[in-house]
Write a protein that binds this ligand. Structure first.
Ligand SMILES: Nc1ncnc2c1ncn2[C@@H]1O[C@H](COP(=O)(O)OP(=O)(O)OP(=O)(O)O)[C@@H](O)[C@H]1O
Ligand SMILES: [Mg+2]
Length: 226
């Protein structure tokens, strides 16, 4: 078996709302190995997005630890954490989160801004990523000139330009029709076959059945891990 790339240790995320405490994640421990393809399921409010934000180092836990490649993320300085996030983790969201005023190519180029590449290199890397998702011929289009599935492909290309080892996707097919969703799942499968670790939140049993492991959350706890 390959080594763990993501380890969560007694992870808690509590929100304190006046006299109430919302336990969005309540003592979650989990180990994900390199190259695994995992679905996260569970009812609305069960903590799925919270978990993805924590794993992606976009948010910090109330208690507990997150290790990425054996690095304890709580001990990293902000700049090292930003580096880790940028270099190792790609994100894909349900609503694509593309910048509307720039074209597809420019959207895909944005994560490369801080990596010290020339404009020419950035363009080349972004064009290759667009080619991989089958959308090089749409690179001059702005997001509102593209279909939902095409927008998600652009978002996936953007998530891949830094060659991350981990890809996190929060309901990537949630805004798409069934056929388009299946095409996006084909793409995730290819990305996983390249050796990348993929974690995907989904409500759809069809989608999770294509992942090799499914973790169910309820009330911020893992209730099943198959
Ligand atoms: N910033 C916040 N402040 C307070 N409570 C929050 C905040 N973010 C999330 N929560 C609460 O934490 C719980 C878990 O939310 P989370 O977004 O992780 O759920 P989810 O499983 O992704 O749900 P969905 O399937 O609807 O996307 C919910 O009860 C939610 O209301
Ligand atoms: Mg969510």
């Amino acid at each position: 078996m390959s080594e763990p790339v993501i380890v969560l240790e007694s992870l808690k995320k509590y929100y304190f709302m006046g006299e109430f405490v919302i336990k969005a994640l309540d003592d979650v421990s989990l180990s994900i190995r390199k190259g695994e393809y995992t679905a996260i399921m569970g009812p609305s409010g069960s903590g799925k997005s919270t978990m993805m934000h924590l794993v992606g180092c976009l948010d910090t836990p109330t208690e507990g630890k997150i290790y990425i490649d054996a690095d304890d993320t709580s001990s990293l300085r902000e700049e090292d954490l930003a580096y880790l996030r940028n270099a190792k983790i790609g994100f894909v969201f349900q609503q694509f989160n593309l910048l509307m005023k720039i074209n597809a190519l420019e959207n895909v180029m944005t994560p490369l801004m801080y990596a010290g590449y020339s404009i020419r290199q950035r363009r080349e890397i972004a064009e290759n990523a667009l080619e991989q998702v089958g959308l090089k011929d749409r690179m001059k289009h702005r997001p509102n000139e593209l279909s939902g599935g095409q927008k998600q492909r652009i978002a996936i290309a953007r998530a891949l330009v830094n060659d991350p080892t981990i890809l996190l996707a929060d309901e990537p097919t949630g805004a798409l029709d069934t056929v388009t969703g299946e095409q996006i799942m084909d793409l995730f499968e290819q990305i996983n076959q390249q050796g990348r670790t993929v974690i995907m939140v989904t409500h759809d049993p069809e989608v999770s059945s294509r992942c090799r492991r499914t973790i169910h959350l309820r009330d911020g706890k893992i209730v099943e891990d198959l």
